[in-house]
Design a protein around this ligand. Structure first.
Ligand code: PEP
Length: 243
């Protein structure tokens, strides 16, 4: 199975950057699937610039309802119309900045699936939780309550303390957590749980991508800071094992 390398631009990027970035990623020969998740304002422009390239587009959040009186929000169907095929849900920055609970994440995830898109549901422990030996329990709890019935999508394991810090867990810790996530998915979803991609996210860079992406049960990466430069995202995709 090809790995998925997903770039999360967060609240970065201008219209003027889209054409050059799209040109660079289009020119690459890839053996991993590439996904760019720019801010809402750039999705439509990216969709035009990447048309026919096979490079997917995604969004970073959506509302749980399809439409209505929700000032400032955007629905999954609207994002699909703009060109998104994936939506990141429950990123730790949203869980922290916007108080998104597991229940909110589950509602949004169900909305993404109902709109015919693929959710990327983020889970991960804080540093205090890891230090207290609770990392696996926390992530299992998040999975138990953030995934709606009949879930089909992608999971991103992102230790909160590794995001944007330049720090990563040991390879043993990443492998152990991915094995635990796989076990939890199979427990919850049966056969479906065996085939879902589990991405690692948290300070993935060209220099550490090969070792992280080669670990068992790692099906790709969710990349924040390094995705802002096309050459870095492409170097990470190049480091993915050929599968
Ligand atoms: C992220 O925001 O999902 C992320 C993993 O960020 P970074 O790669 O910058 O740590």
């Amino acid at each position: 199975m090809r790995q998925l390398i997903a770039g999360n631009w967060k609240m970065n990027g201008k219209l003027a950057e889209v054409a050059g970035y799209a040109q660079a990623v289009r020119a690459a020969t890839l053996h991993a699937d590439l996904l760019i998740c720019p801010p809402f304002t750039l999705i439509d422009r990216f969709a035009a610039a990447l048309a026919g390239s096979g490079i997917a587009l995604g969004a970073q959040d959506c509302h749980a309802n399809p439409h209505g009186a929700h000032t400032g929000d955007t629905s999954a169907a609207m994002l699909a119309e703009a060109g998104a095929r994936y939506i990141i849900i429950g990123h730790s920055e949203r869980r922290l900045d916007h108080g998104e609970t597991n229940a909110i994440v589950a509602g949004k995830t169900a909305a993404v699936i109902a709109a015919g898109l693929t959710p990327i549901v983020c889970v991960g422990e804080t540093e205090a939780q890891r230090d207290a030996g609770e990392a696996e329990t926390v992530v299992r709890q998040q999975l138990a309550h953030s995934l709606p019935e009949g879930f089909a999508g992608v999971i991103a394991y992102e230790p909160v303390w590794a995001i944007g810090t330049g720090r990563t867990p040991t390879e043993e810790d990443v492998a152990a957590m991915h094995a635990a996530i796989r076990a939890a998915l199979v427990e919850k979803l049966g056969e479906t749980g065996k085939g879902l991609l589990i991405l690692y996210g948290g300070s993935v860079k060209p220099g550490n991508a090969a070792s992280l992406l080669a670990l068992p049960e790692v099906g790709g990466a969710l990349v924040g800071g390094a995705s802002l430069k096309a050459e870095d995202l492409l170097a990470i995709a190049e480091a993915a094992p050929r599968g």
